[in-house]
Write a protein that binds this ligand. Structure first.
Ligand code: GDP
Length: 506
């Protein structure tokens, strides 16, 4: 039973042209959210309901069309916005064959006109064949000659083969101010109109299909993903396969953090209970697509964890020496405080078997820029589980690497073990607490440090060292070779034979 579903919209544009401001304005003016107290969580997408009073005050003729569209849309005046303005995310989803957005809004600042990232966005949008509309932003700027600037932008667009409505094309241009909100209602109406023209349909009865638009590892909740459902209904408790991994949905929330029992087409949901962190762009409900790309399924982060490496080892291949230098110079910014990226090898030319062999032997990933992967290298990478990523836009490469570096920092992968001890005894303390009698076998352990307890290679838990004693005396630190008594807070279920490690996150 197909019914119309809300359009899914992505907002692209050059940096500082106002994407975030526009998304914020729309989010804040949403009626549904106001009812909820306006609190949103960042889950990478949100849904708004368009208030009736935002009817466009366009010319009579246009109003007629809009009314018509609205009449058809009485029950369906919702729009889903992807809240991760980033060309990289868009491209990543597209490169995995996932169609996510139904409509793309390109934000162009009225004063600046088309800038390089707008051109790049246009290329993405055109190759993804997503209907486009232009928001000319910042019309509130005092010194602006809007008429002149609008003409200039339309001309620039036609140079890029984008034909706006006034030039006989089908791309609407909406002047607006994300700051004052002027014109934003017209944009929303136009989105609904374009959506109506494209007859977006969904079927709540079929198996759920959707795309991961954000995913990360939460310290407390485990792997979390935001899934944008494109079809079907997803229910709490459902067994799903995402990125080739089976999981059961333990919890499902909307963008306002409200728990959901089920979610239908065009709804963004945050899901808990996944076995691993899926790759952005992973597709739910189309497992064939996933398994044909087995090697790439492993997220960069998972890959790193397997290597238990505290640095990201990379092999970089680029088309030209110049690109190579630019990439290394940009990546070096991650190495300023501490060495996070290790360059194992960098060179020009396509990615070959020798690169994969080297990557496999040292646990590196292979990054290619404007180069191809030799089929034999691809095959070898699949067998050896080496991750190869290729890019043709430097900042997408940087965004990916940054994401990995941040995640590593977040999950405490970039850390230094300060001291190690064996638990050799235990003593009761107070009513219910226990003191662990330890012999320090490496380094130094001090009061206040973060502690983790390991049993037969498995992490039992993490806590902090609240009190440290030698015989009866409270001390600040102990070193290798000494015995001591440790009190953990919060308490931890340790056993004699466990290993205690103190560490710090760098
Ligand atoms: P993004 O990089 O595209 O997400 O751009 P932001 O939304 O962060 O906006 C960049 C800057 O432009 C910020 O200082 C905003 O306050 C400002 N800005 C955004 N929209 C408008 C607008 O409509 N009018 C004016 N005057 N400034 C705006």
């Amino acid at each position: 039973m197909e019914t119309s579903r809300p359009p899914i919209v992505t907002i692209l544009g050059h940096v500082d042209h106002g994407k975030t401001t526009l998304l914020d304005f729309i989010r804040k003016s949403s009626v549904a959210l106001k009812e909820h107290g306006g609190i949103t969580q960042h889950i990478g997408a949100y849904q708004v309901e368009i208030p009736e009073e935002s009817k466009s005050r366009e010319s009579e003729a246009n109003r007629g069309i809009l009314r018509q569209a609205q009449d058809d849309l009485v029950i369906n005046r919702k729009i889903t916005f992807i809240d991760t303005p980033g060309h990289a995310a868009f491209e990543k989803m597209r490169s995995r064959g996932a169609k996510v957005a139904d409509i793309a809004v390109l934000v162009i600042a009225a004063d600046d006109g088309i800038m390089p990232q707008a051109t790049e966005a246009i290329n993405h949008i055109q190759s993804a064949k997503v209907p486009l509309m232009i928001a000319v932003n910042k019309i509130d700027l005092p010194e602006l000659n809007l008429k002149v600037q609008l003409e200039k932008i339309k001309k620039q667009l036609s140079d890029q083969k984008i034909l706006v409505e006034e030039y006989g094309g089908d791309v609407p241009v909406i002047p607006l101010s994300a700051k004052t909100g002027e014109g934003v209602d017209k944009l929303l109406e136009m989105i609904l109109l374009v959506a109506e023209m494209h007859e977006l349909k969904g079927d709540p009865v079929v198996d759920p299909a959707g795309v991961v638009i954000e995913a990360n590892l939460d310290k407390f909740k485990g792997p979390i993903a935001t899934l944008l459902l494109r079809n079907g209904t997803l229910r709490k408790g459902d067994q799903i396969i995402l990125g080739g991994v089976k999981s059961k949905i333990r919890g499902m929330f909307d963008f306002a953090g409200r728990a959901l029992e089920n979610a239908g087409p065009s709804t963004p949901v945050e899901i808990l209970g996944l076995e691993t962190v899926p790759e952005v762009g992973s597709v739910l409900g189309e497992e064939k697509l996933e398994s044909s790309d087995k090697n790439q399924e492993l997220s960069l982060i998972e890959k790193l964890k397997q290597g238990e490496s505290k640095t990201l080892k990379v092999i970089i291949k680029a088309d030209k020496q110049g690109s190579l230098e630019a990439i290394v110079a940009s990546l070096d910014k991650f190495n300023t405080d501490r060495r996070v990226i290790d360059y194992i090898f960098s060179g020009t030319g396509d990615i070959g078997e020798e690169n994969v062999k080297l990557a496999a032997s040292v646990g590196a990933i292979v990054i290619g820029f404007n180069v191809k992967v030799a089929p034999t290298a691809q095959k070898m990478a699949e067998n050896e589980h080496v991750l190869i990523r290729t890019y043709n836009i430097i900042y997408e490469l940087l965004e990916d690497v940054e994401e990995v570096v941040n995640t590593l920092l977040e999950v405490g992968q970039l850390e230094e073990v300060l001291g190690k001890g064996n638990i050799i005894a235990e003593f009761p303390h107070g009513k219910s607490e226990r003191i662990a009698g330890c012999r320090i076998i490496e380094g130094l352990i001090a009061k206040g440090q973060r502690i983790r307890v390991i049993r037969e290679g498995q992490l039992i838990g993490e806590t902090k060292l609240k009190s440290l004693r030698k015989v009866k005396e409270e001390i600040d630190k102990v070193e290798k070779g000494s015995d001591c008594g440790m009190l953990f807070n919060p308490p931890l279920d340790f056993q004699i034979g466990d290993i205690v490690e103190s560490f710090r996150v760098i």
